[in-house]
Write a protein that binds this ligand. Structure first.
Ligand SMILES: [Fe+2]
Ligand SMILES: [Fe+2]
Length: 160
């Protein structure tokens, strides 16, 4: 990052990078969870859920990309070893249900992941609103996406 770009960051760099890393890890884990679940599930409504899982799985990977770019820009390192993703994550990872036809659990697990992300991103938006505007914008973009994701999944839950 350039001189002026660094100067305008009023927050502590270590702390910003730590917060970005947690988000980065969660996005990778959500990507993996949704990607795998899309392939694993079976049953009546599985195809409907599958296409949403695939789409959102790509979105989460795109989120991880935005976070990685910002981490590098601030002089940090994204998680270099995937073994560490679970330790760095804030929301964590939920395995797809053992029963591939248990679509209610799939929906609930995604909703939990999205709720956790919304919670975290809204806190981060507040935190960096005036101390790191660029990071704030990234968290805000991600927050908007996760709010849309949650809404899409709540519709499935409303179905009988
Ligand atoms: Fe995301
Ligand atoms: Fe999401």
């Amino acid at each position: 990052m350039g001189k002026k770009g660094r100067e305008i960051v009023k927050a502590k760099l270590d702390e910003v990078i730590k917060h970005l890393l947690a988000a980065y890890s969660d996005e990778w884990l959500a990507h993996y969870q949704y990607w795998l679940t899309a392939r694993w599930i079976r049953g009546m409504d599985a195809d409907t859920l599958r296409s949403v899982l695939e789409k959102q799985s790509e979105d989460e990977l795109m989120h991880a990309g935005k976070l990685a770019n910002r981490i590098i820009q601030l002089g940090g390192q994204p998680v270099m070893n995937p073994k560490q993703l679970l330790d760095t994550a804030g929301c964590g990872y939920k395995e797809p249900p053992r029963d591939p036809t248990d679509l209610r659990t799939v929906i609930q697990d995604v909703l939990n992941a999205e709720a956790c992300a919304i919670d975290y991103y809204s806190k981060m938006c507040e935190k960096y609103r005036s101390t790191d505007i660029v990071t704030h914008e990234i968290f805000e973009d991600l927050l908007k996406d996760e709010v849309d994701d949650e809404e899409e999944w709540e519709k499935f839950l409303a179905k009988p």
